[in-house]
Design a protein around this ligand. Structure first.
Ligand code: FES
Length: 158
């Protein structure tokens, strides 16, 4: 019986590109982008067929891929259906946000709520130069203000 494939032909090309970025023997390092790709293709969670295909592609065992997923339950076991917005709460962003007259987290929640966007905090996004920073729809934005966050959400979801 021919095994069924999980990845679409287009994503299979991406899988090959991702794996080619890593030196031989270091295929385990490609798990994060491969699992992210699988999750994006499937929408919410990573099915066993995807784990098996990733295992076959990387030379790892199914159990190794599965245990990696179990190590990152909030990332790979379940992807929330509601769009997510993450406000950086690391030192630089907190410091800059305090210079504003309002709580940036609460401001983000108030503008995000009507759009059904869930707001959470996150660690440093690597955009300290533009603190306060936030992440939405796979993009990092800097110089967060209540108005700017609303603008980004409305543009991205329209
Ligand atoms: S501290 Fe917020 S992006 Fe680095």
């Amino acid at each position: 019986m021919k095994p069924t494939r999980f990845f679409t032909p287009e994503n299979l090309q991406i899988v090959k590109r991702i794996i080619s970025r890593y030196p031989s023997g270091q295929e385990r390092a490609s798990l994060v982008p491969l699992l992210d790709l699988a999750q994006r293709q499937n929408g919410t969670w990573i099915p066993p067929s995807a784990m098996q295909e990733i295992a076959n592609s990387t030379g790892l065992s199914f159990e190794q891929v599965h245990s990696f997923i179990l190590g990152y339950p909030t990332s790979f076991e379940w992807r929330p259906c509601a769009p997510q917005l993450r406000i950086c709460n690391s030192w630089m962003c907190c410091h800059k946000a305090k210079q504003q007259d309002y709580d940036i987290f609460e401001a983000a929640r108030s503008v995000a709520q009507p759009y059904g966007v869930e707001v959470k905090t996150t660690g440093c996004l690597g955009a300290c130069y533009g603190a306060p920073a936030f992440w939405f729809n796979d993009k990092i934005h800097t110089d967060a203000t209540k108005e700017f966050i609303k603008q980004v959400i409305s543009k991205e979801l329209s």
